[in-house]
Design a protein around this ligand. Sequence first.
Ligand code: HPA
Length: 258
Amino acid sequence: MIGGTGLEHVELKDLQNRTVSTPYGDVTVDIGRLGEDKPLMVFMSRHGKGHTVPPHGVNYRANIWALKELGVKKIVATAAVGSLSTRFKLGDIILVDQFLDFTKSRPQTFYEGGEQGVLHVDMTEPYCRSVQKVIQEAAKNIQLEVKTGAVYVCTEGPRFETPAEIKMYQILGGECVGMTSVPEVVLAKELGMCYATIGLVTNEAAGIADHPLTHEEVIENMKVTGKTVAELLPEIFRLFRPEQDCRCPLGNAEAGKF
Ligand code: HPA
């Protein structure tokens, strides 16, 4: 699991810390169980335990490489999002289905040419349908509503958007906005891993909200929604099976690497 804003920490049984060396730098993760009878999982805090790493400063390649190195096949990520759509209200839990990429300065690929080869990874289904199905089933089991099919706009940040930008994103079909899903989802696909994002609606986007946005507002609202997600996670991991019964492991087959 990759925990985003407000989910910097989860309580794990049999907890161990592991530092993994990658070509992009070292990454430290927690390994443990979300309950005594639950399977082993890896927990990674995207912004660091004390939320010290901004979205544009996250070492996405090191993080995803480290998960691959640890044998992870399926990633559930959480992401705080602003809502651009009347479909998504404050406190809603949503499953992201597509993205619009407005990032500007992030390494986007493991395939840099030369020895690493070239891969134009398919993004027809960026977020794993099979993992999304498990999340939906888990939510149903604990009577939690999860809204599906969200189009996520990924901005560079760290600033929030202008109302004019939000209007543009709405015209383009964006429904929620955040700063981290790209390139995380792309890199997971490049290494043949399943990846799904649970979006937690922390605010109405700029210009829709009737007040200026603050990071504090996002954090405060995450505290409430984060608790609900903390109940959902053990059920997701209980339902997970090791097999990847989807197209994700074929994501990098063309390159024949990694
Ligand atoms: N914009 C960008 N990222 C965000 C927002 C937002 O309104 N809310 C939470 N993450």
